[in-house]
Unconditional design. Structure first.
Length: 284
């Protein structure tokens, strides 16, 4: 913190921001010195143009945060197709630099793409457990994350202990068996975490004809879809909490909101179709 401003930097430290709730100053490094970034604007009708641009950016900021910090290009596409509940001015939406998104972005190691993916819904459910601090109001400090490989539909369950994973998986499997009778969960895919190697889960899978498979040691890319989904969800949780100035203990509510939003937004791997439409054949 610098006075009333919050200082943040890009991963390469070539860009820095000083921000407070109503002001963001951007600095770019030039010859090892941070220089304030500003644009030269003609003097004619400066105030009118500035007000219009600010209104347009505020509309984008509202929708960007409402959709759980989704990409701004996606927000623009959605506003052309759907009524998003915000009256747009003639200029439309103007992208802006979301400081919260910039702060939480991190580089992730890339792996070779797997050429063939299962295309039948529920054929492969990938799962992982992720820990977050501090604990929520309900005492949860981790969550179980499940992703359907074919449809990219996601489920998240808040947990206090890793041992609760089997309980939530059994509930999910029973629910899917009732809701989607035409499909059957055939394989559960996870890392070698002890929460997925319990005798209770193994017995349940054997009774219902579900194959339980794990990745090889130190090979997270084999569980790549859920690992990448984690890499999308976690920064958005942090961005939501940071942008709204909410206490960190509300990350659980932010998680559930982000997952619900992702399930209802079009995604590129599905040909700009939403996971909900692909799995349940219903509009978001």
């Amino acid at each position: 913190m610098t006075g009333r401003y919050r200082l943040s930097c890009s991963p390469d430290q070539k860009t820095a921001w000083l921000s407070k709730p109503d002001t963001v100053l951007k600095f770019e490094m030039h010859e090892n010195i941070y220089r304030l970034h500003a644009e030269r604007v003609p003097g004619v009708m400066v105030m009118a143009a500035l007000k219009e641009d600010m209104d347009s950016k505020k509309q984008m900021e509202l929708l960007h945060q409402r959709f759980g910090h989704v990409a701004m290009d996606t927000v623009k596409r959605l506003t052309h197709k759907f009524d998003v509940g915000v009256k747009l001015n003639a200029k439309g939406l103007t992208t802006y630099e979301c400081v919260a998104c910039a702060e939480v972005k991190a580089k992730r190691m890339t792996h070779a793409r797997i050429e063939k993916r299962d295309s039948k819904p529920l054929q492969v459910l990938m799962m992982d457990v992720c820990s977050i601090k501090p604990a929520t109001i309900g005492g949860c400090s981790m969550f179980l994350f499940v992703v359907d490989e074919a449809t990219r539909f996601k489920w998240a369950f808040l947990m206090q202990h890793k041992s609760e994973a089997t309980f939530h998986l059994k509930i999910l499997m029973n629910r899917l068996r009732t809701q989607l009778r035409e499909y059957k969960a055939e394989r559960l895919w996870s890392d070698q975490g002890g929460e997925f190697l319990s005798t209770e889960l193994e017995t349940y899978c054997n009774e219902h004809g579900v194959e339980l498979k794990t990745t090889n040691s130190y090979s997270p890319q084999e569980n790549g879809i859920v690992e990448r989904a984690n890499g999308v969800v976690l920064p958005r949780i942090r961005a939501m909490v940071m942008a709204t100035h909410l206490p960190n203990i509300l990350w659980g509510e932010a998680l559930l909101h982000v997952v619900e939003t992702l399930n209802n937004l079009p995604t590129k791997p599905l040909g700009l179709t939403s996971p909900r439409r692909r799995l349940f054949c219903e509009e978001p």
